[in-house]
Write a protein that binds this ligand. Structure first.
Ligand code: AVI
Length: 323
């Protein structure tokens, strides 16, 4: 068992090294945002979700607190037997409201939460059945792109896929379409996708969510440099890099960069990476959408828009799409 775990760790580390070096040797330089989430990154993201400026979490929480009954009715209307697969379940603080409503109805379903954090999956498997006695749950640990097929293979009932939190926003529009198309191909007629999108709104409000006054988002981005130093024997000097976020209201792309404040060389896993003054590393996209753009993605990827759930301010939407 321990040998398997050690082998797994070696593979994960080798992939991390490969991806980081490939991104930093590319022109322009980039990093993959999925690497933000080490232990310190998880804690920083929890702080982000509590920030005044980060409106996304409260908006989607409001939808699930107030409208889970309606969402459950919509799911149950199709048939009383299904499986609920959640991509990137986290601590399920939003989906627990929907699970509660589903458990209160006479339905036959299992819950398959998928998360990159093994601790989170173990916690859900322990905690949720105590909160919701009788809930059938099987957690899957791993990247949701990889675990999705496993989740689908485990289920022999109609599928309801939950993809919340605006995680689709961390793909650019083409990647998002590709992802939805792949999801659509893995699902069958009658299956549902419930997918959360952050909506285009006052540009200053969006920018503030990714450029907060206390610098928590900056620390979240810079933490990836610390992770590289620790895990890949790097020598990034964090004070030589600055977080820079910008929002383009036309395309809806909110992008984060780390800017090199001077000409410098950084050593990572035996390789040397040169930075020009003010050279940028592209860290993350958080794409914002209009309702028309969301509808266009549904149509382009083979889904039919069924229903939309908004928070009172219309900051965020959870769209229900039918295959
Ligand atoms: C996880 N994801 C939806 C967050 C977002 O809003 O793009 C990640 C994040 N990055 C900086 N702040 C939050």
């Amino acid at each position: 068992m321990d040998t398997i775990k050690t082998e797994e760790r070696v593979t994960v580390l080798a992939q991390f090294r490969k991806d980081i070096l490939a991104g930093l040797q590319a022109e322009p330089k980039f990093m993959q945002a999925k690497y933000f989430y080490d232990q310190a990154g998880d804690l920083l993201f929890q702080q982000i979700m509590k920030m005044d400026e980060y409106y996304l979490t409260n908006a989607e929480m409001e939808i699930f607190v107030k409208q889970s009954g309606d969402i459950a009715n919509l799911i149950a209307r199709e048939s009383s037997s299904f499986d609920l697969i959640e991509l990137g379940a986290g601590d399920a603080t939003k989906s627990i409201h929907l699970l509660t409503e589903l458990c209160n109805r006479d339905l036959e379903f299992s819950y398959f939460p998928i998360d990159i954090s093994a601790q989170m999956v173990a916690h859900l498997e322990d905690f949720l059945p105590r909160q919701l006695p009788g809930l059938s749950i099987k957690g899957l640990n791993g990247d949701y792109f990889e675990m999705l097929d496993k989740g689908i293979a485990l289920s022999n009932r109609r599928k309801v896929v939950l993809f919340m939190g605006g995680n689709i926003g961390n793909m650019d529009v083409e990647e998002a379409k590709e992802f939805c198309r792949k999801l659509n191909n893995s699902l069958s007629k009658g299956d549902l996708l419930i997918i959360g999108f952050d909506l285009k709104k006052e540009p200053k409000q969006i920018l503030a969510a990714y450029n907060d006054a206390k610098g928590i988002t900056a620390a979240f981005n810079l933490n990836l440099l610390s992770r590289i130093n620790r895990e890949l024997d790097g020598d990034f000097e964090l004070q030589n890099f600055e977080h820079y976020a910008c929002y383009d209201p036309e395309s809806g792309a909110c992008k984060s960069y780390l800017i090199s404040l001077k000409a410098q060389a950084v050593h990572i896993a035996g390789e040397t990476i040169h930075f020009a003054p003010f050279e940028a590393i592209y860290m993350e996209i958080s794409q914002k959408y209009s309702l028309q753009e969301i509808e266009a993605i549904a149509v382009a990827t083979g889904f039919h828009g069924k229903h939309r759930f908004f928070d009172a301010q219309k900051y965020f939407v959870d769209a229900v799409w039918l295959v």
